[in-house]
Structures are given as structure tokens and as C-alpha cells.
Write a protein that binds this ligand. Structure first.
Ligand SMILES: [Zn+2]
Length: 134
């Protein structure tokens, strides 16, 4: 973890984008944030609540389970996924709240997945947030 400037005071849970991505890349967990004022949960890093605008986001536990909100089959992958194509690029509504984008390596055609299917996050050595069918 990066050194902090003690003069900057205690950071919030959403202090830096580096600390956010640190969650799934190194600690193998998804990080979420809950607004203390309105209870809104987001899985997207930010300094203020996207619903009420208050700077009161606290870290929230996310199970990594949810339902597919949307997906598309990716047949022209970026370089790091060239050996995984085709695969699904997915948007997942997490059970606790928040929506995250990710990918599913075992989904190779439209018939392999449906909107509303249960999925769960899988820690992976690869970049991005990987899901599998739950
Ligand atoms: Zn809020």
C-alpha cells in the first residue's frame, strides 16, 4: 500500500482509486461503499454518494453475488484476453446494491447466459472483475 501523508489526516474508505482497485487485485475481495446518510450502496469508487451528494461513503461488504443486468459476447478481445475469446462482457447488479462490469470466460454465445441469471465473483489472476454462474 502507498505511503500516506500524515498531514492529510485519516482517509475515507474511498480515498484513492489505487486503494479501490487494491481490493480485488491484491486482497481478493470486492469493495463497496455505503452512504451513511441515505444508505445507497455503490461498487464504483467515488468521493461522494451518487444519490445524495454527501461525502459520507463508508466501506461496505460485498458478497460478489448478484444477477446479470446486461451482457454482450466479446469476439474481438483486447490483447490480454486474446486467449479467452469469445467471452461475455457483463454488467452485474450485486445483491447488496451497486453495479459492476466484468467478464465471464465460459460464456461463448448468447445462449450461454440470460439477463437475470445468478452469478458470483471469482478471484482471478487476470485483469478485470471475473464472474461465473452461481
Ligand atoms: Zn447518499
Amino acid at each position: 500500500m502507498a505511503e500516506r501523508d500524515p498531514a492529510a489526516g485519516e482517509p475515507s474508505a474511498a480515498h484513492t482509486i489505487r486503494e479501490f482497485t487494491h481490493g480485488y487485485e491484491e486482497e481478493r475481495r470486492l469493495r463497496g461503499f455505503r452512504s451513511a446518510s441515505c444508505g445507497f450502496v455503490t461498487a464504483t469508487w467515488g468521493l461522494v454518494c451518487p444519490r445524495c451528494g454527501r461525502a459520507d461513503l463508508e466501506e461496505a461488504a460485498l458478497s460478489g453475488e448478484g444477477r446479470v443486468a446486461a451482457f454482450t459476447i466479446q469476439t474481438v478481445p483486447s490483447e490480454e484476453f486474446v486467449n479467452d475469446a469469445p467471452y461475455a462482457y457483463v454488467l452485474v447488479d450485486l445483491d447488496e446494491g451497486g453495479r459492476v462490469s466484468g467478464w465471464m470466460p465460459a460464456v461463448r454465445s448468447d445462449g450461454d447466459l440470460a439477463i437475470g441469471d445468478r452469478v458470483r465473483w471469482v478471484p482471478s489472476y487476470k485483469a478485470g472483475v471475473q464472474f461465473e454462474k452461481a
